[in-house]
Design a protein. Structure first.
Length: 253
């Protein structure tokens, strides 16, 4: 049985005090459940403080991106070594906004997946198609290629500990959600791709999240699907009350 993973991606939102009070509420009220892992990915500016606040709780902290090098002359970047050093456990890699606005390529994502593992971070690897690609019937091809490239050279022993987030680009921040059946179909295709690469045991162990306008009203249906093991949530992770409802939904057996 795969443990669900619900992660909030705050993107470039929240002032320091808002981040702090959200985290205080979350740490105080997050349900203790064997069934769900909770992660918050704040802007990098708040990683240190939030990692300190969550040290003795079950809430994990993730970065929204990182550089692939351990250190170096890369003005403005943060490294995997720094993330591990301050107690960050996860990193989102290849988010469509990084791919679209910051020219992050499949090759760069692959290098970052390697770097994440090297420093003991759990990569949350994002894949997803544009509306145009979906309408052209290319969804499965696109996500399968993204997965294959992201996992190139990743050892069999590490692969099952990665998380993949299927985020159709047309569903991000638009209020449009893929139907649960549809999201499940694509997540199933992703699992098949992992199975082709690593075999069935790895494919059965690896967790796949859905992301794109997830909210309290649609989480139950999404989580009821065979291949959906959690959610990567933008907008609905910004308010503690709505995020807690998502965790609550994930905590049910
Ligand atoms: O991009 C997302 C999470 O990484 C999804 O964002 P929304 O939940 O706001 O659609």
């Amino acid at each position: 049985m795969r443990k669900r993973i619900i992660a909030g991606n705050w993107k470039m939102y929240k002032k320091a005090e808002e981040a702090r009070s959200f985290m205080k509420e979350l740490v105080d009220t997050v349900p203790a459940s064997e069934n769900v892992e909770t992660v918050i990915c704040p802007p990098s500016l708040y990683l240190y403080e939030l990692a300190e606040m969550t040290k003795s709780s079950t809430v994990g902290i993730g970065a929204q991106t990182m550089h692939e090098a351990k250190e170096g002359a890369f003005t403005g970047e943060i490294s995997p070594k720094m993330l591990t050093d301050i107690g960050v456990g996860y990193v989102i890699l290849g988010h469509s906004e990084r791919r679209q606005y910051f020219n992050e390529t499949d090759e760069a994502v692959n290098r970052k997946v390697h770097a994440a593992f090297e420093y003991g971070l759990t990569p949350i690897v994002c894949v997803g198609e544009t509306l145009e690609e979906r309408e052209a019937g290319k969804t499965v091809d696109i996500v399968a290629t993204q997965v294959k490239k992201a996992f190139e050279g990743i050892a069999d022993s590490l692969a099952p500990t990665a998380v993949i987030a299927y985020e159709p680009i047309w569903a991000i921040g638009t209020g449009k959600t893929a139907t649960a059946e549809n999201a499940n179909e694509v997540c199933g295709a992703i699992r098949n791709t992992i199975s082709e690469l690593y075999g069935k045991d790895v494919a059965d162990a690896l967790r796949i999240q859905y992301g794109g306008s997830v909210k309290p009203a649609n989480i139950d249906e999404l989580l009821s699907m065979e291949h959906i093991d959690g959610a990567l949530v933008g907008g609905a992770s910004l308010e503690a009350a709505s995020f807690l409802k998502l965790i609550e939904a994930g905590s049910h057996a």
